[in-house]
Ligand binder design. Sequence first.
Ligand SMILES: [Zn+2]
Length: 301
Amino acid sequence: MTTFKPMPKFALGPDIPESGFVVTDLGDGAYGVTQGMVNTMFLETKNGVVLVDAPPALGEGLLPAIESVTSKPLTHLIYSHSHADHIGAAHLLNRDGLQIIAHDLTGQFIEEAHDDRRPLPNVTFSGPHKALDIDGTRFVLDYTGDWHQAGNLFIHVPERKLFAAMDSFTPKNPPFFRLVFSAHVPAYFEAMNQMLEYDFGTIVTGHMALYGTPEDVATNREYINDLRKSATEALQTVDLKEAAAAVGVPENNKQAELKVWMDAVVARAAELMPSWDKRLGGTDIFLADNLNAVAWSLFID
Ligand SMILES: [Zn+2]
């Protein structure tokens, strides 16, 4: 069995009660909701509720979660991007009059998916920017690049200093898997800079049970910069032919050489990484996946 380092308390969210979800007051009529593995947010406007995403892990709990803090009806649903783990419960909320807002590209992905759980948006926009007044509250939707998936949005509610960037990172944890399955690694790095240009106090990022601050974004940026530094040095020092010969790859098997070389680059980069255990939890879990993504990107982008 693979064993992992114990998770420090600071990297874990609250315990999940029997209801299956925890609603967290983010201030000013905004709330986070999580079941431990995914999270999202909703906020009250004058007469209704705006929800971002509809994760299937929360599924039937979404409306009870909203109803636990307000009796106002759900009027708007914003899709952060098209991935099913974030919006696959939207069909449970869909009814006449619900405005579903998304980027055009998100609508296109949903069409391609032929998935009844993800109703098509009925308000879309193309281009990089859309500002909306929803029942007296200003929402800014920005598409700044494919840092996770084409069409992914930054969702900013300036007057409440609230920000959502789903699947950007996880507060107090390293990124999941390969930089959260980033579609384009250079855009992922740039996204951390872009996020820090917004004025917000709280950020909702889509996974686990913690919400973040600008400081958490800066910490993730620092961490991925360490990944890049280590991978850069490993790429410069691990030799392809030597790595292949060390494990006896036959010379005519070029693909195996490449695979063995990259594994050696990742192993070397992991040794070069400074310890982050005092600042992030679970640093061992996805280290090799993240380094693999960063190293390949350094090699080809
Ligand atoms: Zn996603």
